[in-house]
Design a protein around this ligand. Structure first.
Ligand SMILES: [Ca+2]
Length: 452
């Protein structure tokens, strides 16, 4: 027998009952997202129905087989950007907790005719739950990749490469522990990726911080996986400036079968504008570390420059390279990368414009996403937020349209990867001293994008 909904106190705010107070609205799309206390996200178009007061907007969403409508109040607006927080309050509707609500009479449906079509393409819905933990009690996992048999290889920042077999079992012992790794601050064992011809050659590439003389540096090393053993260890590129902050670390092969490397500024901002330095760059190399003849600066691995701390790289179906990057004091960026271009750090940030420098496609304004991993699926870019503690979704056909999911449900999120099953695989990052570890942390979580 279903318990009847509790009586509603009209002065009760939704964040005290069902909803967290967080919402995001973009002025251009008139779309808001928010979540309940379990982290289940909802999105809504926004309108101005007569039932809401002048300072409020109307929102609606579908839950429990019916449309739920209410009014939301602005909390603040960030100057120059399109983010608004919404404090969601009830306005006289007879609603209990989500899922047990009664249908509303048609006369209280002012938003029924104002719902806009979805702004992003629908994704397949299956019986797979929205979130499923796949591996737990990990130590700062940073990056993962799928092997052809469906097993998962991933890095833990202290220096371990680990494997989840095709049956989903986490192997207790690492397939490799790299003693040379210097896990200081943001540095350590970071990116991992497979050679495009991995099935034939078994090549796996990792990016890590190490001690070089009296200083920290980063390198990319190629290993060979045979069975459950990683061996070899050929350096592809070394002496990328390192530090306890801004080590970059993402590595991926592009559709041109060349290796792209995100290198941070190592805390020395001006190096990003110095094309003779490897810091603050996206680098491009052949699989053996040699320099492609068509790189934009002849004889140099530099592909683009003026980056602060690139963290995510992904290509869309048109072959375009997208990048996420940490800004300074908010102003995080999503950039569309073109060879030889200057992305401005530290000369410009936010909406600033200088001739010869590329502004971001979108930036976070005064909000902080701390964007990390980036991937592409069915017309959308998905990226994870560390301080933002969310999974963000961007429509590449209209980059100003983005959604925000999970909102704190799993803490800081480091990486997101599309699996062979078209599910998203997300890494938490709560054990590095900057987060609040919870039971099971750190985790690899499977996300069903059809249920976002
Ligand atoms: Ca920039």
């Amino acid at each position: 027998m279903t318990p009847s909904p509790p009586p509603l106190d009209s002065s009760l705010r939704w964040n005290d009952t069902v909803f967290s107070i967080f919402g995001v609205m973009t002025k251009t799309t008139q779309k808001a997202t928010f979540s309940d206390r379990l982290g289940k996200p909802y999105s809504s178009t926004i309108s101005s129905p007569p039932t809401c007061s002048k300072m409020e907007v109307g929102l609606s969403f579908f839950s429990g087989g019916q449309t739920v409508r209410f009014c939301g109040k602005y909390l603040f607006s960030a100057a120059g950007v399109t983010l608004l927080a919404l404090l969601v309050i009830l306005t006289g509707c007879t609603l209990g907790p989500i899922g047990t609500t009664k249908p509303l009479p048609a006369t209280t449906s002012p938003l029924a005719t104002t719902t806009a079509p979805p702004t992003t393409s629908p994704l397949p819905e299956t019986d797979i739950p929205l979130t499923t933990p796949l591996a737990q009690r990990l130590e700062i996992p940073w990056s993962l990749a799928f092997l052809p048999d469906g097993s998962i290889i991933f890095t833990e920042r202290p220096g371990r490469v680990r494997l989840i077999d095709a049956q989903g079992r986490l192997l207790p012992d690492p397939v490799l522990t790299i003693s040379e790794v210097a896990a200081r601050g943001e540095g350590g064992l970071l990116g991992i990726t497979l050679h495009p011809d991995f099935a034939r050659n078994g090549f796996i590439y990792v990016y890590y911080t190490y001690q070089s003389g009296g200083r920290l540096a980063n390198k990319v090393v190629r290993f060979t996986l045979a069975g459950r053993t990683l061996s070899g260890g050929k350096a592809i590129i070394e002496d990328i400036p390192g530090a306890t902050i801004h080590d970059g670390g993402r590595i991926k092969f592009g559709p041109d079968d060349l290796l792209y490397i995100g290198a941070g500024d190592a805390g020395v901002a001006d190096l990003a504008q110095d094309k003779s330095s490897l810091a603050g760059k996206i680098l491009r190399l052949k699989d053996d570390g040699s320099i492609p003849p068509d790189n934009p600066f002849p004889g140099s691995p530099v592909y683009s420059y003026g980056h602060r701390n690139p963290q995510g790289l992904a290509w869309d179906t048109q072959g375009r390279l997208w990048e996420t990057e940490h800004g300074s004091s908010a102003h995080d960026e999503v950039n569309l990368i073109q060879p030889g271009k200057n992305y401005g750090w530290p000369v410009i940030r936010g909406e600033a414009r200088v001739a010869g420098m590329e502004p971001p496609l979108i930036e976070s304004g005064n909000d902080t996403w701390a964007p990390s991993g980036l991937t592409f699926l069915d017309g959308s870019l998905f990226f994870t937020g560390l301080r933002g503690q969310s999974l963000f979704r961007l429509n590449v056909a209209n980059p100003q349209v983005f959604d925000r999911y999970l909102n704190g449900s799993f803490g800081r999120l480091r990486d997101v990867v599309v699996g062979p099953d078209k599910m998203l695989y997300v890494l938490t990052n709560n054990r590095d001293g900057r987060g609040s570890p919870r039971t099971g942390d750190d985790q690899i979580i499977r996300i069903n994008p059809g249920k976002l």
